[in-house]
Design a protein around this ligand. Sequence first.
Ligand code: G3P
Ligand code: CA
Length: 307
Amino acid sequence: SITRAPTLHGDKPIVIAHRGASGLYPEHTAAAYKAAIEQGADFIEPDLVVTSDGVLIVRHDNFLSATTNVADHSEFADRKKVKATPLGEKEDWWVEDFTLADIKTLKARQQFEGREMKYDDQYDILTFDEVMDIALDAAKAGHIVGLHVEAKWPGDFAAQGFDMPDLMIAAMDKKGLKAAGIPVYIQCFEPPFLAEFASKSDLPTIQNMVGPPYAAMLGLDYKLEDIHTTGVGAEKSMILNADGTTSDFVDRAHKLGLLVHVYTVRDDHPGEGFADSRAEFRALFDAGVDGVWTDYPATGLAVRDAE
Ligand code: G3P
Ligand code: CA
């Protein structure tokens, strides 16, 4: 569209399948990732946490009740415990108390009401290695899909003795992602993780940001001028105003040389002030964002490429 502002480097904005095509299949499952690849997503997004035996697995949360059938497993009933979180105490089953073998006895679930297959327990929980294999298999078949990898709670896992940068770098090096031509971004909400990662790797890093009012509540109200990653992962309300106008966030970030990736566009829950997700994608692309996370990559690709 002629109204579109340019991206930072003049490239097409990337469409990132948020936890896979998670609007269609339970998040972070092989089905979700493969659907995203078939739809032509530029990147798939694994969120990583660490098991008690030090294995990177893909889950958005470090607790298990929301996206697995752990509550149906009586053998794990006594592992439920209260843990302090930035949002207060929470009672749940925590990944830190489960080995990979334990995790592999569970099944993944769709967590959002109204989506398909909420209680269809056929989907395995994957390791990061298994997600990389999906991308490597696609590359072998001539289809390059990138990995937009998020480290979840690295400070908490460091306190348990696991260095997520080291685990991630070792895992990616072993798989040979670079040789296979698979592009990678590394994202996180925690600045110390990103600083450590950048000191050990040349991969581009993305500082995830939280919009107001939660940024201040969580101590995550970073100033763009203080960010030294390759780019930022912005919450969409930082760019899209509820009255349909856009903020100056993308301009300010681009002037500082920062890429802007934006989360999360959803067909079934378009943002405030937007009739549907297509309108929301259009507004973001018109603002010049460099990438968008979405649960519905096909919609993002259609708007990006057809309009
Ligand atoms: O990582 C940024 C984007 O994925 C949105 O955050 O909470 O869904 O991981 P979250
Ligand atoms: Ca994420």
